[in-house]
Design a protein around this ligand. Structure first.
Ligand SMILES: Nc1ncnc2c1ncn2[C@@H]1O[C@H](COP(=O)(O)OP(=O)(O)OP(=O)(O)O)[C@@H](O)[C@H]1O
Ligand SMILES: [Mg+2]
Length: 234
């Protein structure tokens, strides 16, 4: 029997209402993401890519439909349960890194661990150093974000997303603000996290070259996911 996918979305619908305006970026969307897959999501601006990442990562909740990550039914959790779940089960990587400017690289990476009760300072140190090592920045631990290049800042952000050892990483245009060389380094790091470290990665991108680093690319079109590039204008 084949292993159950890490992510399962069934008839996932998200409706935003602002006054009399109703937006339905996702409508009865179905998606399976196998464990250890590096999946790229593409689609025009406003097609619902970030909305989908926010649902998968428990930052936002669906209007209807079912969403499971592993054996957890995310779509039925309360906001409080989701916050707790996210702390250990899902790392989020943003286009603009979202590092705290007054903290060092080490302190930024340590932040998610402070949400976990019962981790001693020395246990945290082992994990933070391992995460910085994995992204190749052990020698920049004391640098603040302003003392790092964009590519290095994104690697610190990846270390922060990884430090609690979640199975799932979501990344919203992680190379969107980087030059080609730094972008390629980030993409090969993400590829290694999936192939060697067995992380499941869902990455939104507008860049076809970035998508080609992934195992599979899906396109958001009219609230649904499609496999063929022809039906979705990029
Ligand atoms: N909190 C919100 N309240 C109301 N409408 C929203 C909200 N968030 C997103 N939307 C709307 O939902 C639609 C999808 O937005 P989303 O941010 O998911 O698009 P996207 O595919 O990530 O676009 P981009 O490529 O520009 O980042 C848009 O029409 C947007 O205006
Ligand atoms: Mg977006």
């Amino acid at each position: 029997m084949s292993e159950q996918p890490l992510i399962r979305c069934r008839d996932l619908t998200k409706v935003y209402r602002k006054g009399r305006i109703e937006v339905i970026p996702l409508e009865k969307l179905t998606l399976d993401v196998p464990r250890g897959e590096f999946l790229a999501l593409m689609g025009p601006s406003g097609s619902g890519k970030t909305t989908l990442l926010n649902l998968i990562s428990g930052i936002d909740q669906p209007t209807s439909g079912g969403l499971w990550v592993g054996d957890q039914e995310i779509s039925r959790m309360s906001r409080g349960q989701l916050t707790k779940w996210r702390a250990t089960e899902c790392g989020y990587i943003f286009q603009l890194y979202h590092l705290v400017s007054i903290l060092s690289a080490y302190e930024n990476v340590e932040l998610p661990l402070l949400l976990q009760k019962g981790l001693s300072k020395s246990a945290r140190r082992v994990k933070v150093n391992a995460a910085l090592d994995l992204v190749g920045l052990a020698d920049r631990a004391d640098h603040r974000p302003s003392e790092l290049s964009g590519g290095q800042e994104q690697r610190v952000a990846i270390a922060r997303a990884l430090v609690a050892d979640p199975k799932l990483l979501v990344a919203d245009e992680p190379t969107g603000d980087l030059d080609r060389e730094s972008a390629d380094q980030i993409l090969s790091l993400l590829g290694e996290l999936a192939s060697v470290h067995k992380k499941t990665i869902v990455m939104v991108t507008h860049d076809a070259k970035a998508a080609s680093a992934a195992d599979r690319t899906l396109y958001l079109e009219k609230g649904q996911l499609v496999e063929s590039r022809e039906v979705a204008a990029l």
